[in-house]
Every structure is written in structure tokens, then in C-alpha cells.
Design a protein around this ligand. Structure first.
Ligand code: FES
Length: 108
């Protein structure tokens, strides 16, 4: 496991997801109510970027077919998705956002 510095946290919008590279994996970052969430930027149902989804009440809605995922756990909450999406641990240190990558899981 390693912490990846993805830049100043103030550079991440609270209005939309931002895609960053974490160990070769695209990860969508959302800043909501002073919390930062990181979730793999690929819907588990098909090819869609979750960074383009809407977030409300702790859920992110896939922009393609509308499946919802728990933004903290990545659990699939509604069809057509049935499989979870990986989420990542985040923390802020000295104003920079770090995302924890587990390289063995990134190989999946
Ligand atoms: S691609 Fe996300 S619900 Fe179908």
C-alpha cells in the first residue's frame, strides 16, 4: 500500500468529480461537505465514467444507465449494477490530497 499525492485539495471541485491517476487506475474524486471521496472511475455494469455522475445523499448515480453506488463503500445499490466499485482511502496532509493505493488490488 502506498499513499499517492494527487495535488492540492483546494484544486478539487465540490461541484463535479475529478479524475486522477492512482497507480495506473483512473479514480474519481468528489469533495462533498468538507469530506473527500475516491471511487474507481468505471461503473461495474459497463463502460461509464462515474466522475460524470451525480452525487446526492451519499450515493453516486452512473450517468449511463442510472445505477447507484454507495460513495463510501462502493456497494451497488440499484440495478442494473450488481457488483461493487472499488473505493479508496483519502486523507489531507499539508494541504495535499493523498489517496491510498493497494497495488495488489489494482491488478484486478
Ligand atoms: S454503465 Fe453504469 S449503470 Fe450501466
Amino acid at each position: 500500500m502506498s499513499d499517492i499525492n494527487v495535488g492540492p485539495v483546494e484544486g478539487f471541485s465540490s461541484d463535479a468529480g475529478t479524475v486522477v491517476d492512482v497507480g495506473g487506475t483512473a479514480v474519481a474524486v468528489f469533495c462533498i461537505d468538507n469530506a473527500v471521496y475516491a471511487i474507481a472511475d468505471r461503473c461495474s455494469h459497463a463502460e461509464a465514467s462515474l466522475s460524470e455522475g451525480d452525487v446526492f445523499d451519499g450515493e453516486i448515480e452512473c450517468p449511463r444507465h442510472g445505477a447507484s453506488f454507495d460513495i463510501q463503500s462502493g456497494a451497488a445499490l440499484t440495478l442494473p449494477a450488481t457488483q461493487p466499485v472499488r473505493t479508496y482511502t483519502t486523507h489531507v496532509r499539508n494541504g495535499d490530497l493523498y489517496i491510498t493505493s493497494n497495488s495488489s488490488e489494482d491488478d484486478r
